[in-house]
Design a protein around this ligand. Structure first.
Ligand SMILES: Nc1nc2c(ncn2[C@@H]2O[C@H](COP(=O)(O)OP(=O)(O)OP(=O)(O)O)[C@@H](O)[C@H]2O)c(=O)[nH]1
Ligand SMILES: [Mg+2]
Length: 315
């Protein structure tokens, strides 16, 4: 398929074409990389009319449950619109395996004809977001998704990269995340446009109320702290309204914003690219191994060894 044929298929809402295009851009095989590159450079940025929403928070906070409830609520409110979901799973660096169980947490949404859910392993790359996630989101946009939800596990500092991918960050917290001070220390609240304290129901209602009021004192006054239960439709509707309010405020600047996000993400792309190619270089791997032996036998300090590897390889 030529890039133009790919784009035409995406624009017609061809789900298989979208799935295949996403697979190609995630691939590390060199033939796929060439095809992916030809495709992504032709993707029109002017199609960037979606609202991208990052949903982040600790494991088990209810991120997937929120996407299921919020997504269904949105689709029933806007019967012409579509949504895409990129669910980034933390994967083990050893097995490269990924849990990929998220579709089971979004049972109705994953069967919805106007929703497309894509689980993406985050691979070996740090940052809480997957290697080609920017491009994946552009593919969703080309396929006409009005809303794109990105689920990432809140793992602290690395989570800041989500800012370069989305327009709005919803941070989910649960009463068991600890106290407000701990949440602040993790730095995740700084990136929040909206904070929702989930599981505000049943036995955890009171704890959620206390936690939410602590958080409301700790964060800037322009950051709303909502109580949420993904199991209660009124509560999900209230969050939906907050998000729609912000969507209305953002629309006109979106293309410029995408460009500055791209530029901000470029150093990460470059680092990933360099690391990937170094790992494939037999000269580099041999150097690394020989200096590792010298480090182990104490014939050189690791700092000096880094200098030496850099000099021998690059200079
Ligand atoms: N009581 C209660 N339980 C909830 C709520 N939302 C989610 N849960 C439960 O919390 C558990 C985790 O929900 P998920 O939606 O998988 O959470 P997640 O943040 O996506 O989890 P990971 O992707 O594994 O990090 C499940 O057992 C849900 O049923 C809620 O509003 N109230
Ligand atoms: Mg999940």
């Amino acid at each position: 398929m030529t890039p133009e044929e790919w784009i035409a298929a995406l624009q017609q809402g061809d789900r298989r074409a979208l799935a295949k295009a996403l697979t190609i851009i995630e691939s590390q095989h060199s033939e796929d990389e060439a095809q992916a590159c030809a495709l992504v450079e032709r993707l029109p940025l002017s199609a960037a009319t979606s609202l991208r929403i990052g949903i982040t928070g600790p494991p088990g906070a209810g991120k997937s449950s929120l996407i299921e409830a919020l997504g269904l609520c949105y689709l029933s409110l806007f019967p012409e619109n579509r949504i895409g979901v990129l669910s980034i799973d933390p994967s083990s660096p050893l097995s490269q395996g990924s849990i990929l169980a998220d579709k089971t947490r979004m049972p109705e949404l994953s069967r919805h004809p106007r929703a497309f859910i894509r689980p993406a392993p985050s691979g070996q790359f740090l940052g809480g977001t997957t290697r080609h996630s920017q491009e994946a989101l552009q593919l969703f946009e080309a396929a006409g998704c009005n809303w794109i939800l990105v689920e990432t596990v809140g793992t602290g500092q690395s989570e800041h990269l989500i800012r370069h991918l989305v327009d709005l960050v919803v941070v989910l917290q649960v009463p068991s995340s600890g106290d407000a001070l701990q949440a602040m220390k993790k730095g995740i609240l700084e990136i929040a446009d909206l904070i929702a304290v989930n599981k505000a129901d049943g036995a955890t209602l009171q704890a959620a109320q206390i936690f939410a009021s602590e958080l409301a004192h700790a964060v800037p006054s322009h950051t709303p702290v909502l109580l949420l239960s993904t199991q209660q439709s009124a509560s999900v509707q209230a969050l939906l309204q907050e998000v729609l309010k912000r969507e209305g405020q953002q629309a006109p600047v979106r293309v410029e914003k995408r460009l500055s996000q791209r530029a901000a993400y470029f150093p990460v792309e470059l680092e990933n690219y360099v690391m990937q190619h170094l790992a494939q270089s037999s000269k580099f791997v041999a150097l690394q191994q020989s200096y590792a032996i010298r480090v182990q036998t104490q014939s050189i300090h690791p700092w000096r060894a880094c200098e030496a590897v850099f000099r021998e390889f690059f200079v």
